[in-house]
Design a protein around this ligand. Structure first.
Ligand code: PLP
Length: 504
């Protein structure tokens, strides 16, 4: 590393010498594309089934086995003594007669580590559990709660995974990811962000979330300050607290289309600022940072010498022409961890596949955390991920076009409801309307009460603003998030119910 004044420091605990990846044979460990060797992916991946635009049912289509259910999928043989259906309804209280392990007194259990009191969560999952419970009781709920595409993964990607399984690619691989995938990702990021990225800068993980965690662990010491967007993806705040940092919320403003004010950001920076998180397009607001915002952030990061985590997981779900990434700015490659993944772009949430792009020396450290936690990311899923990036993109483009049509439907519908005002987001699949007036009209205290009453009285699941961080000082407006990753039919029905609820 060069001059420590110029280069932000990796967490001191990780500043130890590190072993390189091993050199076993293919197998997933084989290093491809290095030392002049021609890169060759593990499969002759001529997809047998090409991505067919419009193919595959949406998950909004009813009657698909639900991974949140406690029942077995149809056709799966139940194990001996598997409880009868109905006993395992989601969130059903444990039967009073449930046997207790002999000799174990709960009150005598050892205490949890103190750090657990600092770990947050995604409260969205609590709302989801309530939705499942109401549905299990026979209530009809239109859910705008879930932040995941309702489409199936493109067929050619699924085929690639099946072939990889059949060809026996079911073994451990390198912690940083299989080299052909790291190469594909480097190529994709180089093309899409118009920069030059090398495979050594890429670490693949089981989702983007683990890479966020790893980066925070590797970069932030106790007592450091971490600035994160608010309202924002709640995991940023949770991880900052967990590693013992002081989380500093950066307000996103409705008056700026849910971007932040650069002057405010500058005022939040102190000598303890170690890391800034930016998320564009953003969850929960759908806001997109402008090239000028990012140029301003880059200037501040260089001047004050801090790291930037740029969460760009929604970069392909964008409704404006040009995508700007902080990595495009001079001096940012050595202080940025770009986060992206397959969950949103390719409807692959359940596959658990994400990645980070970072300086090579940090990549080694992040991979070392992966060695400790996950060993590696599922090998056959990684092989399918190569197909996702390097195969046809028709399906991914279709997803985006459908999201755009849904965005327009939901925004127009929300703006036609008394007391609701909604900006037209430029990216992601979330609407983030202002419901202050609706709360006032209905006599509701805040967005949390709106969320609860809309669920019970209207059968519509939305998430309150407070699922995305505590309110900023002086914030006096109320917001809710609606994920429009659901069918147009559901959107129309949900809007009808919300209108009736708000205008009764
Ligand atoms: N970053 C943001 C902003 C998200 O909204 C999400 C998922 O909702 C993630 C990261 C995590 O994605 P993954 O499924 O790849 O872990």
């Amino acid at each position: 590393m060069a001059d420590s004044k110029k280069e932000p420091q990796i967490n001191s605990a990780l500043n130890r010498k590190l072993e390189p990846n091993t050199e076993r044979t293919w197998d997933p460990w084989k290093e491809h594309g290095e030392g002049g060797e021609k890169a060759s992916p593990p499969l002759k991946h001529e997809p047998k089934v090409q991505g067919v635009v419009g193919s595959g049912p949406n998950r909004s289509t009813p009657k698909r086995w639900d991974p949140w259910s406690h029942d077995l999928p149809p056709g799966v043989k139940p194990p001996v003594n598997y409880p009868a259906q109905g006993h395992t309804r989601p969130n059903a209280p444990a039967p009073a007669t449930a046997p207790q392990p002999e000799g174990i007194q709960v009150s005598a259990a050892p205490r949890l580590a103190r750090r657990m009191s600092r770990l947050g969560t995604e409260t969205a999952f609590d709302v989801l559990a309530r939705v499942r419970k109401l549905e299990a009781e026979g209530k009809s709920i239109v859910s705008f709660a879930l932040g995941e595409p309702d489409f199936d993964t493109p067929a050619h990607v699924r085929e690639a995974a099946k072939r990889a399984l059949d060809e026996g690619h079911t073994h451990y691989g390198p912690s940083a990811g299989i080299q052909p995938l790291r190469k594909s990702i480097a190529g994709y990021i180089s093309r899409s962000r118009k920069i030059s990225v090398q495979p050594e800068q890429v670490v693949v993980g089981p989702g983007a979330k683990p890479i966020l965690f790893d980066a925070m662990m590797a970069l932030v010491d106790e007592g450091d300050e971490v600035i994160y967007p608010n309202p924002g993806y709640p995991i940023y705040e949770s991880l900052a607290d967990f590693v013992g940092a002081r989380g500093v919320p950066l307000p996103l403003l409705e008056s700026k289309a849910f971007r932040f004010d650069l002057g405010t950001l500058e005022k939040l920076i102190t000598p303890k600022t170690k890391l800034l998180v930016v998320n564009t397009p953003a969850n929960p607001t759908g806001g997109v940072l402008t090239p000028e915002d990012l140029a301003g952030v880059a200037e501040l990061a260089r001047k004050h010498n801090f790291w930037v985590i740029a969460d760009e997981i929604y970069s392909e779900i964008l409704y404006i022409k040009d995508y700007a990434s902080i990595l495009q700015h001079p001096g940012m490659a050595e202080r940025t961890v770009l986060i992206d993944g397959f969950s949103k772009t390719f409807a692959m949430t359940g596959w658990r596949l994400g990645y980070g792009v970072m300086p090579p020396e940090l990549a080694v450290q992040v991979a070392r955390i992966e060695t400790n936690v996950n060993s590696c990311t599922c090998t056959f899923a990684q092989i399918a991920a190569i197909e996702a990036l390097d195969g046809p993109w028709d399906e991914a483009h279709r997803f985006r076009a459908e999201f755009q049509a849904r965005r327009d439907a939901i925004v127009d519908g929300l703006n036609a409801i008394k007391g609701i005002k909604c900006l037209r987001p430029e990216g992601a699949f979330y609407a983030f309307p202002n419901v202050t007036e609706a709360c006032r009209n209905l006599g509701l205290k805040d967005s949390r009460e709106f969320q609860d009453r809309a669920l019970i009285e209207a059968g519509v699941a939305v998430l309150a603003r407070t699922c995305f961080g505590r309110k900023n000082a002086g914030e006096d407006q109320e917001y809710i998030r609606l994920s429009y990753a659901t069918s147009l039919q559901n959107i129309q029905e949900g809007l009808k119910r919300l209108k009736a609820f708000c205008e009764k």
